[in-house]
Write a protein that binds this ligand. Structure first.
Ligand code: C5P
Length: 206
């Protein structure tokens, strides 16, 4: 069975947790597409050309343990604005989405560009303050030297770049279900996402 769940939205809205939970619940494969851009960003920080890095990305690049830092996040969002970088990563993402057994992909342009025909599209969002608070807790728990204001400024800079770029900007697909997690617990957000996917899986089987 081919069944694609596209989950988009800004940084730290809860996409990753929801995507992993949906994939686990339905036995679907999961691809965090942000990691592709982070891996390219990390190679660029080490001196590589962005387009060359995107064209020659290896599983080893994706498995690096330094991809979650704030510096790599900003580098990812800069390389993500380059159309040739996005083109180089397109076929891999589409092939992943089309695999048998179902797939969940999370990112910024999954429902709009990578998988416009996805069976389910979710756009997960939350207020800037809540997202910044979540990301601050996550980064400081991992020992990063960050401040709440710095994290908020970083998120806003990245959102503005991601939504304002010409190539595949972050946007809500017209047929996406919007999930605002500002006042939701993560358990409630996961339950709501699973409910939406369950309805579509059932409709698909009819
Ligand atoms: O989701 P994450 O924060 O890991 O993504 C890092 C960056 O990668 C984003 O800020 C965005 O610039 C880029 N990205 C993208 N398209 C995607 C996924 C991520 O442009 N589908």
């Amino acid at each position: 069975m081919r069944f694609t769940v596209a989950i988009d939205g800004p940084a730290a809205a809860g996409k990753g947790t929801i995507s992993r939970a949906v994939a686990a619940h339905f036995g679907f494969a999961h691809l965090d597409t942000g990691l592709l851009y982070r891996a390219v960003g990390a190679r660029v920080l080490a001196g590589a050309d962005p387009v060359e890095a995107a064209r020659s990305l290896t599983p080893g690049d994706m498995a690096r343990d330094d991809l979650r830092t704030a510096a790599v996040a900003q580098a990812a969002s800069r390389v993500a604005a380059i159309a040739q970088v996005r083109d180089a990563l397109l076929a891999f993402q589409r092939a992943f989405a089309a695999r048998d057994g179902g797939a969940v992909l999370d990112g910024r342009d999954i429902g709009t560009v990578i998988c416009p025909g996805a069976q389910v599209k979710l756009y997960v969002t939350a207020s800037d303050a809540v997202r910044a608070d979540r990301r601050y807790r996550e980064l400081s728990a991992n020992g990063a030297d960050v401040t709440p204001d710095g994290v908020l400024a970083d998120l806003r800079a990245r959102d503005a770049r991601d939504a304002g770029r010409a190539a595949a900007p972050m946007a809500v697909a017209p047929d996406a279900v919007v999930l605002d997690t500002t006042r939701m617990t993560i358990e409630d957000a996961v339950a709501r996402a699973i409910e939406v996917v369950t309805e579509r899986v059932a409709a698909q089987g009819q």
